[in-house]
Design a protein around this ligand. Structure first.
Ligand SMILES: Cc1cc2nc3c(=O)[nH]c(=O)nc-3n(C[C@H](O)[C@H](O)[C@H](O)COP(=O)(O)O)c2cc1C
Length: 224
């Protein structure tokens, strides 16, 4: 059964190695539906894991209701508009919700696939970086139901964008070197390294990172 869940998650692009960017839907304590963009990864067996900042409505909802729906969508406009809804000048987004069948959470009326989950464990940790200090919760949840509407769905994955950007940069670096523009080549190489380090941070065991190392190594001789 657990293996079945794992392979069903994999089929819709949810893996352990590389997080997917999805729309998470939850109920507030007064049963208002809420949606936000979150990264999620499968954890093996029938578990998934999210890292949610505790100062968000999403965290307050999921902590109280103990359930959520992972909605996989292929509309980048929806993801961006939802993530930027707090910016007054970005425009409003209207979403249609319906009640999910297996957990205490709403789901998007339109999604290419959905995974209904129940919270199993919440672990809080303080983090401090160049932006400031915050608290993040590592939320482990168990899959209760999976529905696939579009079997060819593939969620957005940052690690894949990093690979594409690096491949483009590599073609530009090659051209710059050919034209003797060594400073430009160096600048673009540093950009490539930046993407590689971002990929290492979010997906250290992924094929995407291996690909990026291979791309970087194309310039071993020129860039040292
Ligand atoms: C692609 C993408 C991925 C995101 N992933 C996360 C995440 O994993 N955890 C998180 O707390 N916020 C994440 N965010 C930020 C939330 O979407 C944002 O804070 C959102 O407004 C949640 O706040 P709310 O629940 O109060 O609406 C992400 C944003 C984007 C655009």
């Amino acid at each position: 059964m657990k293996m079945q869940v794992m392979s069903s998650l994999k089929k819709i692009g949810l893996t352990k190695q590389s997080p997917a960017e999805i729309v998470l839907t939850t109920f507030s304590p007064d049963k208002k539906p809420h949606a936000s963009v979150m990264g999620i990864r499968a954890m093996g067996g029938s578990r998934v894991m999210l890292r949610i900042f505790t100062n968000t409505r999403t965290f307050r909802n999921i902590f109280q209701s103990r359930a959520a729906v992972i909605n996989i969508v292929k509309d980048v406009n929806l993801l961006a508009s939802l993530a930027l809804k707090g910016f007054p000048r970005f425009g409003k987004i209207t979403l249609k919700f319906v009640k999910s069948g297996h957990v205490n959470a709403p789901r998007l009326a339109k999604a290419d696939a959905r995974v209904e989950v129940e919270v199993e464990k919440v672990e809080r940790a303080k983090i401090s970086d160049e932006i400031g200090s915050s608290e993040v919760a590592c939320v482990t949840a168990r899959v209760k139901n999976i529905a696939v509407i579009n079997p060819s769905i593939h969620p957005f994955k940052r690690s894949e964008f990093f690979v594409i950007e690096s491949a483009i940069l590599a073609t530009r670096i090659k051209e710059a070197l050919k034209n003797g523009r060594n400073e430009v080549a160096k600048r673009k190489f540093l950009e490539l390294i930046g993407y590689m380090e971002k990929c290492r941070r979010i997906a250290p065991d992924s094929g995407a990172l291996n690909l990026m190392i291979k791309i970087k190594d194309l310039f071993k001789n020129e860039m040292g």
